[in-house]
Design a binder for this molecule. Structure first.
Ligand SMILES: NC(=O)c1ccc[n+]([C@@H]2O[C@H](COP(=O)([O-])OP(=O)(O)OC[C@H]3O[C@@H](n4cnc5c(N)ncnc54)[C@H](OP(=O)(O)O)[C@@H]3O)[C@@H](O)[C@H]2O)c1
Length: 316
């Protein structure tokens, strides 16, 4: 199996097929193999397909804080970039700001945070973004997204002004609720958006019905929240406990269920990156595997869906 993977990697890297790829040491392959990246349609900028979600970045103990610090250090060490946070995520922005400063790796990351205007005023938005800049200890934000579409209409002109002032690089909107999909669709049809962020996983494919095709048509980048179905019991790992990976998945370099789930999500042509929540380096190492190798094509994606559906019905 290792030789097969080496041979595939060698082919992707354009190495001579006359080289005995089986003799390439693991470290040599790791050193040269590229991360899978996709382009932001509005700019052409490349980002790796796996990022980090931080709605659980309010550590309660020094050990928990150290674990999150280790995740951030490994994140940039491995070339990943996107970090998604929000003022609504407890201490997340503050903790990220402090840890990125300690590690000195702010320049290597792409910070996506969020803003809302619950009372419908632009002043709320201004105060919230100024506070985010302070907490994140940065001069500018890579992406600001209207969280759960709250105040999108009033905030959009403000976000554009901040782009003009170079305090923000990209703008977007987020949701993780089916009930908001029609409003999100309207915003995508009427506003110039760089990004949307939406929930999508192999167990929750509703976004693929209309939103993802519309994003592709409009040239809007898509970040995927809850690629494992979230932190609750509904999370996809519960369905595959003690179930082996299918052989055809192993043959395309997928070595764990987490990589199966992430490669399914990021192989959708509209999806730029998934932002799984990760508070442990071991999970980051696992998920990093989904940012290497090859992505499933349409026929493999269909096989993945059929396999998942069969597993679900056998578990009921
Ligand atoms: N409306 C919105 O804007 C919205 C809504 C929801 C989420 N979000 C964003 O999306 C991000 C992701 O969503 P989420 O964190 O709720 O759900 P998720 O990414 O689907 O699941 C996160 C859970 O999966 C676990 N996990 C990660 N990698 C794993 C692996 N390799 N093996 C086993 N378990 C693994 C994590 O554990 P550990 O923590 O122990 O590593 C965590 O418990 C959030 O952090 C947030 O940034 C945005």
């Amino acid at each position: 199996m290792e030789n097969l993977i080496h041979r595939r990697l060698a082919l992707q890297l354009g190495l001579s097929t006359t080289i005995s790829t089986g003799s390439l040491s693991s470290w040599a392959v790791a050193a040269v193999r590229p991360l899978i990246q996709k382009r932001i349609p509005s700019s052409g900028e490349l980002l790796p397909v796996i990022g980090l979600g931080t709605n659980n970045y309010s550590p309660k103990t020094p050990a928990e804080r150290a674990a999150r610090c280790a995740v951030l250090e490994r994140l940039t060490g491995s070339g990943l970039k996107v970090i998604d946070t929000a003022p609504a995520y407890g201490e997340s922005e503050q903790v990220l700001g402090e840890l990125l400063q300690e590690l000195g790796n702010r320049p290597q990351v792409f910070i996506a945070t969020k803003v809302t205007a619950a009372n419908g005023t632009r002043e709320e938005g201004i105060a919230m973004m100024e506070a985010s800049l302070q907490r994140l200890k940065t001069q500018s934000l890579d992406l600001v997204q209207v969280h759960n579409l709250i105040g999108a209409d009033v905030l959009m002109p403000l976000l554009h002004e901040w782009v003009d002032k170079k305090r923000i690089r990209y703008i977007g909107v987020t949701t993780s609720r089916d009930a908001q999909y029609p409003i999100l669709k309207r915003l995508m049809q009427t506003l110039p958006l760089d990004f949307i962020q939406v929930d999508y996983s192999i167990g929750n494919r509703g976004a693929a019905e209309e939103l993802l095709p519309l994003a592709q048509e409009k040239g809007i980048a898509v970040l995927i929240n809850m690629p494992f179905g979230g932190r609750q019991n509904s999370n996809v790992f519960g369905q595959v406990k003690e179930k082996p990976l299918p052989e055809w998945a192993i043959e395309i370099g997928i070595t764990t269920w987490a990589q199966f789930f992430l490669k399914y999500v990021v192989s959708h042509p509209a999806v730029l990156a998934a932002i799984p929540g990760m508070t442990r380096v071991s999970n980051l190492e696992d998920n990093l595997g989904a940012a290497y190798g090859i992505l499933p094509d349409a026929s493999v994606r269909l096989k993945m869906e059929q396999h998942w559906d069969a597993l679900r019905s056998s578990n009921v």
